[in-house]
Ligand binder design. Sequence first.
Ligand code: 2YC
Length: 267
Amino acid sequence: MTRLTTNDIKDLYTSLQEWKVTLEKQTGLSLLNIAALAGDVSRGRVKSASWRLKVGVVPVTSGLGVIDTFAQNVAAIVELMQFEAFVTEQTDVAGIYEAYQREASIVFLADDNYFLAINTAKKQIVENSDATARGFVAALDGAAGGLRDRQVLVLGGGRVGQAALNCLKTHGAISVLYDTNKQVMADYAAAGGSILRSIKNMKDYELIVDTTPVGNWITADMLHPKVIFSAPGVPLSLNEEATASLQERLIHDLLPTGVITMLAMAC
Ligand code: 2YC
């Protein structure tokens, strides 16, 4: 799981409107639709929650500490979904207590290992890897006009990759896994999954979910000419030329798609 840096996200909240317009154009879906589809909840439920529930975001100082603007960016993304959101003054346990005192029904907080949304009113806890995988698969579904019976290549069999494979199954897709770790591939194959033996064949796939945490290793000639590339993986695997050649067929962001899905799932 790649840890974001302040440099990665410090200007994110200034480009959220642009991200919203781009993603809605790419998928033909509204943010509310993407979040509800991804979270497998009704739009009505998310909409009505936005009128009722307050969201508190708590900075956490454990491990490598607070990432400047992380909590503020999470709150800005939640506000984009028409929810009232605030970042607590306090951090850590005191921050959780403050969020509760300020009547937050949903609390977002992240240490170096997990990024969670917790619904304090009901037994609901959402983890970012699962939500992010769901969000990017839902966006791919929209952009591809449906995934049923379509071949989808998943790059990376870690936490997000495994969640994407599970989610693709519910979308009726035929998923294939590629990972550089032979054990991960062997385990997946042993469990009956399909694997891509050579990365050279990546160009046979029109639909890809890239969860790999390595940047700049995919060139345009490695990809199908009409590929739709949905990339929760950070940093982006595509090199500059491939990124430019894909344009609107590249679905990628560092935080918002996962956060809107966490929010929908926590409602
Ligand atoms: O500012 C804070 O509260 C920090 N404790 C936040 C640390 C987040 C670490 N995780 C990440 O950078 C990303 C997540 C957004 C999802 C996976 N890695």
